[in-house]
Ligand binder design. Structure first.
Ligand SMILES: Cc1cc2nc3c(=O)[nH]c(=O)nc-3n(C[C@H](O)[C@H](O)[C@H](O)COP(=O)(O)O)c2cc1C
Length: 201
């Protein structure tokens, strides 16, 4: 079991507020692979997220094999193209358009993909996995790394063939695929609308 005292504090940590405001969806990466010690520190940060009923319903896959990442990316693109043949929602059309560009790589050529899986179903299990995802992304940002959620890969990761290929038990569900790498350049911030406060009584 991992206790807070054993957890690894990433080097060059910034304040939580700095990490929140500096995190970006990074889509350009340097070719170097992130080393395993840093990946373990990020996973440790992830499992310190709040968890309903203390279920800790998450499990992780770390994929750094370039060939595997390329094949998975191709699988996602092929699935999107197949979907494009049928009736589509606006979201699916947008995705198919993005993925049909030549040389597109859904993982933006990042050297590491971390997938957070839900080990079992439950009312708050998906929420727990996303909380772990945000912890991981903020810890990565504090360590000078870039991340991006790759939601488009979820359906492909949940196919029986990809679960078998990655040795994921059939009962588990991919929830949050996150690429991690060394940013190749600065990513400008994307603006946010101000918080919409519905009531404050
Ligand atoms: C659930 C989810 C799914 C996402 N899927 C993708 C994706 O498939 N590909 C991608 O490049 N970015 C993806 N993103 C990143 C968003 O586009 C990005 O977070 C958003 O534009 C805001 O930019 P920021 O993260 O830099 O603030 C996803 C983000 C979330 C939260």
């Amino acid at each position: 079991m991992i206790t807070p005292s054993k957890s690894v504090k990433p080097e060059g940590s910034m304040s939580v507020m700095d990490a929140i405001y500096h995190r970006r969806a990074v889509r350009h990466y340097a070719p170097q692979t992130v080393d395993s010690g840093i990946i373990r520190a990020l996973l440790d940060a992830a499992v310190h997220a709040p968890t309903a009923l203390h279920e800790e319903p998450w499990a992780f896959a770390v994929i750094q094999d370039r060939n595997l990442l390329d094949r998975l990316s191709n699988g996602v693109i092929e699935a999107a193209r197949r979907e494009a043949q049928g009736p589509q929602s606006a979201h699916e059309k947008h995705l198919a358009r993005l993925l049909s560009q030549p040389d597109s790589h859904v993982f933006h050529d990042a050297g590491t993909l971390i997938v957070i899986y839900a080990k079992f179903p439950g009312p708050f299990v998906v929420a727990d996995c996303w909380l772990a995802a945000e912890n991981l992304m903020l810890a990565a940002c504090a360590s000078g790394l870039g991340t991006c959620v790759i939601g488009s890969s979820v359906p492909t990761l949940n196919t029986p063939s990809w679960k078998a290929e990655l040795k994921i038990p059939a009962a588990m569900t991919a929830v949050a695929p996150i690429i991690v790498g060394i940013p190749a350049d600065e990513t400008p911030p994307v603006s946010r609308k101000p918080p919409e406060i519905l009531t404050w009584e």
